[in-house]
Write a new protein. Structure first.
Length: 517
């Protein structure tokens, strides 16, 4: 039995060793550590297994940086150094597996304390000696990603204290070409940008412009500036160089070309009419246009010397054909209105100009005629026109008076096929003389208006009676004129025909007498 135990004991020890969680075998260099969920990268690739797997125990090895490097002091590490920034973040938030230092990134979200608790030259970079003096926190101007590209807020800067920073050491200051001044930067500049600057000229005395505007400190006169010894403020304002208000008060009449010669100031352009007169002969000192050109020295009939279409406006393409001078019709005030004299035009020759091209001709609604314009129109105006009906044949009125060429019958006109001249004259439409052809119409010896008998329009036989039940007798119109007392109680129906019943023909009771008494 003892022999058997001596034989089995080594085998049991071997089996126990193989089954134990404690690793005894030699390291397997072909083992893929990625399968464990913790890939060996960076510095971890060169670390011995025993540095992390203590006592040959593989299972349960922590994967967090702090568990190994802080709590277990694996890899010769321990608690962060005394100069480590105060943070509650994980190591891997800033460090990587390549090297602990230098730190590639810092997550400021988990940093405990203010900027200066780290950026104090011990834990992290602090402000250099050339940094502007201030008690503000770093993040007021700087970003976490980069120190430079600073967004500086001037909210706490005191007015007039700009030079405490803008002194050429801490921040940009006045350059060598800056105009000489003891004013603070914020007198002219804003905190957004140096330019544009708003310079106040309030303290500048009149006439002292050149003390700055000398071409060095500030803009001065350009080479093309007109020659003058006047101060800038004689013409220019402090708002802008232009527009400038130049005073011509000291300029002698006729001396315009001293400046207006095309070089110093605007001169005559290439299309200017040829003249040796001075500018002020036509132009004012307010503006070039409008110009008041005096034609006093121009001889009558010489208009085309200038008005030839090149130097000055000439006849346009639609101008009537004529060799007469401009002043025959036009005045020197304006082209229009023009006074055309027809004195030299022969009667009946109107269409030589009034053909619709050279001058106004007959429009589309003109009545058809071959007569010359002057048969009806005068040389003063087209209307009113006097139409001569002498050549119109009787009964031919509607040739023109059809509502298109000339006035025709309106909607209220009585229905008739008679020609206009049956009632109307060629002098005027009214009064009209209408002759009743009906045998029922009795001559009353005077003229009536149509409405005195006819009850509506257009007038016809059906609306000619006020009391149509008694037509065609006298009572058809005069039923209300009947007086029963004087007629011994007889009714209107019995006495409807006055002249046939009682009123016999005689000088007293005829319709033309106008009175039955």
């Amino acid at each position: 039995m003892k022999f058997l135990l001596r034989m089995l004991f080594p085998a049991l020890i071997l089996a126990a060793t193989l089954c134990s969680p404690v690793a005894r075998a030699a390291p397997n260099t072909d083992f893929d550590h990625f399968q464990t969920g913790f890939d060996l990268i960076g510095r971890h690739q060169n670390v011995d297994c025993e540095s992390c797997h203590r006592n040959g125990v593989f299972e349960g090895t922590p994967r967090q940086c702090a568990t190994c490097h802080l709590q277990r002091s694996i890899g010769g590490s321990g608690a962060p150094s005394a100069t480590h920034i105060a943070t509650n973040n994980m190591c891997e938030a800033c460090h990587n597996q390549q090297n602990w230092i230098p730190v590639r990134r810092v997550d400021h979200a988990a940093v405990v304390g203010t900027c200066e608790s780290c950026h104090n030259s011990s834990h992290a970079t602090s402000a250099p000696l050339t940094h502007p003096a201030g008690t503000q926190q770093c993040d007021l101007c700087h970003r976490e990603s980069i120190w430079t590209v600073v967004r500086f807020g001037h909210e706490t800067a005191q007015p007039g204290a700009c030079a405490s920073c803008h002194n050429g050491g801490f921040a940009t200051t006045k350059n060598a070409s800056h105009l000489p001044t003891s004013d603070s930067c914020d007198s002219c500049h804003s905190t957004r940008a140096w330019t544009p600057a708003s310079f106040s000229h309030d303290s500048v005395l009149p006439g002292q412009c050149a003390s700055c505007h000398n071409g060095n400190s500030a803009t001065g006169k350009t080479p093309s500036h007109l020659p003058t010894t006047d101060s800038c403020d004689s013409c220019h304002s402090t708002s802008a160089w232009i527009p400038a208000s130049f005073s011509h008060d000291g300029v002698q009449p006729g001396q315009c070309t001293t400046c207006h010669n095309g070089s110093t100031a605007t001169g005559k352009n290439s299309s200017h009419l040829p003249t040796s007169a001075s500018c002020d002969s036509c132009h004012s000192t307010n503006a070039w246009t409008p110009a008041t050109f005096s034609h006093d020295g121009v001889q009558p009939g010489q208009c085309a010397t200038c008005h030839n279409g090149n130097t000055a406006t000439g006849k346009h393409a639609a101008h009537l054909v004529t060799s007469a001078s401009c002043d025959s019709c036009h005045s020197t005030n304006a082209w229009l209105p023009a006074s055309f004299s027809h004195d030299g035009v022969q009667p009946g020759q109107c269409a030589s100009c009034h053909n619709g091209s050279a001058a106004t001709g007959k429009d589309a609604g003109h009545l058809p005629t071959t007569a010359s314009c002057d048969s009806c129109h005068s040389t003063n105006a087209w209307s009113p026109a006097s139409v001569n009906h002498a050549e119109v044949m009787p009964g031919q009125c509607e040739t023109c008076h059809n509502g298109n060429f000339a006035t025709g019958k309106d909607a209220r006109h009585l229905a008739t096929s008679l020609s206009c001249d049956s009632c109307h004259s060629t002098n005027a439409w009214t009064p009209a003389s209408f002759s009743h052809s009906s045998p029922n119409y009795v001559d009353h010896g005077r003229q009536f208006s149509c409405g005195e008998c006819h009850q509506s329009v257009p007038e016809n036989a059906s609306n000619a009676w006020r009391f149509s039940a008694y037509q065609p007798d006298c009572a058809g119109c005069h039923a209300n004129d009947y007086e029963p007392g004087e007629h011994r109680g007889a009714s209107v129906s019995e006495l409807r025909d006055c002249s046939g019943s009682c009123h016999r023909a005689g000088p007293e009771h005829r319709p033309t007498d106008r009175d039955w008494d």
